[in-house]
Design a protein around this ligand. Structure first.
Ligand code: FES
Ligand code: FES
Length: 194
């Protein structure tokens, strides 16, 4: 866990709501209340999980640290880079901007849920074939964004693809090949399955 995240979950972080003040003699002394925890039951990639987490833990941290699903990456932790994108009830969301407790009762999909056993998902294969990645750090976020996008827009124009991935940042591949990968994936997904 990064120092920033450790600080976020620390008692007393955030406008002093976890601080109580006691009077000892003539002096007032501030003490820290323990961080509350909450039970969360959810489905991730078709599997049921029940965990108890600090109420301030982000959904991204809960997935990575409590459920061991480290395919969801963290870049900015401020909703800017898109690396932490997952599907919540089929909608692409940034898991660094949600709390784990907000996922209670919901169905999630992370990048680990895209492939079918050993077989890569057509979007993953298209990224491979079109060289849509280099270091791969941003790739889980792109894959999940594109997976939601192609369900809604199976035959997208280049302009629509550019708009769909505008919230995902890649620092090393360049977007030309990523756009080619999305076009290839869309073509393959539209083919009738045998
Ligand atoms: S880590 Fe969530 S948007 Fe960057
Ligand atoms: S492939 Fe390296 S940041 Fe996108």
């Amino acid at each position: 866990m990064t120092p920033a995240r450790r600080a976020r979950e620390k008692p007393g972080h955030g406008r002093g709501r976890n601080v109580s003040v006691r009077r000892i003699g003539a002096r007032k002394v501030a003490t820290l209340k323990p961080v509350a925890e909450q039970a969360v039951a959810l489905k991730v990639n078709g599997k049921r999980y029940a965990v108890t987490v600090p109420v301030r833990r982000t959904l991204a941290d809960m997935l990575r640290e409590d459920l061991g699903l480290t395919g969801t990456h963290l870049g900015c932790e401020h909703g800017v880079c898109g690396a932490c994108t997952i599907l919540l009830d089929g909608q692409a969301v940034r898991s660094c901007l949600l709390l784990g407790v907000q996922a209670d009762g919901h169905a999630l999909m992370t990048v680990e849920g895209l492939s079918n056993g050993e077989r890569l998902h057509p979007i993953q294969e298209a990224f491979w074939d079109a060289h849509g990645l280099q270091c791969g750090f941003c790739t889980p976020g792109f894959l999940m964004t594109i997976s939601a996008f192609l369900k809604e827009t199976p035959d997208p124009s280049e302009e629509e693809i550019r708009e769909a991935i505008a919230g995902n940042l890649c620092r090393c591949t360049g977007y030309v090949n990523i756009i080619k990968a999305v076009q290839l994936a869309a073509d393959r997904l539209r083919l009738p399955t045998v």
